[in-house]
Design a protein around this ligand. Structure first.
Ligand SMILES: [Zn+2]
Length: 402
């Protein structure tokens, strides 16, 4: 690959290694990213970043999640270019799932795991944070010539991509290329991801004494049972495949009733529906609504009274699909080829920060950095892959794939 510098720059692997070991050990589930953000900021300043290049936004106050009580907003480092070229953004999320709190990273062969077998490691996505941090530090310390480049550490990805959804995207400086590092192998390029609704379904029944006169009650549990059986029987629960379209749905939480001797007068259900196809995703949601509405009609008490349904569908994120000819995808592939990494193109069945980046006008390709089995106690980080990801990130930051 012809690069601007003629040869590919390398990274300080010892430093990159130390950074990720340190950052994975810092507790910071969604909403509690302050400690991680200040470590990153300190490293940037130490390496020579000007204070005026660093921004914190107030995404945590704009997001309705966590009652607007997150500790801090997104962290952004915006470097003016020293050479010409389109601005690029490199990003990763700072939060982890709660299972990572208490992680004690230890090396086992080529991988790192948590010594505490009850916690996940937190490589998702501290490895991503350190991948782009390493790139930023190399540029700052060695004063490498670079096009305009923004580094973006986002908050609250794991609970709905809130950092990107509610963040000050205008502070990124209109990037024309966008790269996101999140869970997966270092050669993985995700060009798209599914979209999702979250559903909150409430059923209000009628309480009565379950022993003395159950016939006077309307059981919300019975209504829920009928509706769920209906969805399951007709193929709308779990893996949904109809007429060539595919999606998934899941009833994940169901809470109901207060006592065994009272006909249950309330059920609250939390569910989700996903599909890459927006129309089909809407259809799944509509089928849920119809099934519950039908079930409400089928249960009545001895006076003909029925229960009531409330049905809320929140659009969590939209699906997207980038072309292989998208300039960000092309640059990522070019840099991988130059580093002798064979790119593996795919799409994700979960949401990514890239969903909201794309929805907010910045199509973003997502790359892995060596994480395996995220969100489980078996999570590990393949260190060689992580270091490769750091090299990929640095070269993308330098515009070497262009
Ligand atoms: Zn992640």
């Amino acid at each position: 690959m012809p690069t601007r510098t003629g040869k590919l720059p390398t990274i300080d692997t010892k430093r990159a290694d130390k950074l990720v070991m340190a950052l994975m050990a810092v507790p910071g589930k969604s909403g509690q990213e302050a400690a991680v953000a200040s470590i990153i900021e300190r490293e940037l300043l130490k390496a020579g970043a000007k204070r005026s290049w660093i921004f914190r936004d107030d995404a945590h106050r704009k997001s309705p999640f966590l009652d607007r009580g997150g500790q801090c907003g997104n962290l952004i480092l915006k470097l003016p270019g020293t050479i010409e070229g389109p601005r690029r953004v490199l990003m990763a999320h700072m939060d982890t799932v709660p299972l990572c709190v208490g992680s004690k990273p230890v090396r086992k062969g080529t991988a790192v795991r948590s010594a505490d077998r009850n916690t996940a490691l937190g490589a998702d996505d501290r490895a991503g944070c350190c991948t782009i941090l390493t790139a930023a530090l190399e540029i700052l310390r060695r004063k490498l010539p670079h096009p305009p480049v923004t580094f973006f550490w986002a908050i609250q990805e794991e609970i709905g991509m809130n950092g990107v959804r509610y963040g000050a995207i205008s502070k990124l400086g209109n990037p024309m290329r966008a790269f996101n590092w999140d869970g997966g192998a270092c050669n993985q390029l995700r060009l798209g991801a599914t979209g999702s609704y979250s559903l909150e379904i409430g059923i209000k029944g009628l309480a009565s004494h379950a022993g003395a006169h159950p016939q006077r009650g309307v059981s919300a549990v019975a209504i829920a049972g009928i509706a769920i059986a209906d969805l399951q029987r007709n193929g709308w629960h779990g893996l949904v495949a109809k007429g060539g379209k595919r999606g998934t749905s899941n009833i994940g939480i169901l809470s109901a009733g207060d006592a065994t001797n009272v006909v249950a007068d309330r059920v609250v259900i939390h569910a989700e529906a996903r599909s890459h196809d927006p129309a089909f995703r809407k259809r799944i949601v509509a089928e849920y609504k119809k099934a519950f509405a039908r079930a409400v009609k089928r249960v009545k008490n001895d006076q003909g009274k029925r229960g009531k349904l409330s049905f809320k569908a929140l659009h969590k994120y939209e699906s997207f699909r980038m072309s292989e000819r998208d300039p960000s995808v092309r640059e990522a592939m070019a840099v991988m080829h130059a580093l002798k990494v064979v790119p593996e193109l795919g799409i994700a069945n979960g949401g990514l920060d890239a969903n909201w980046m794309t929805a907010r006008g910045i199509p973003t390709v997502t790359v892995g950095c060596g994480q395996r089995k995220p969100h489980t106690v078996e999570e590990r980080l393949e260190m060689l892959e992580y270091l490769t990801a750091c090299r990929i990130a640095l070269n993308l930051a330098l515009g070497n794939g262009a």
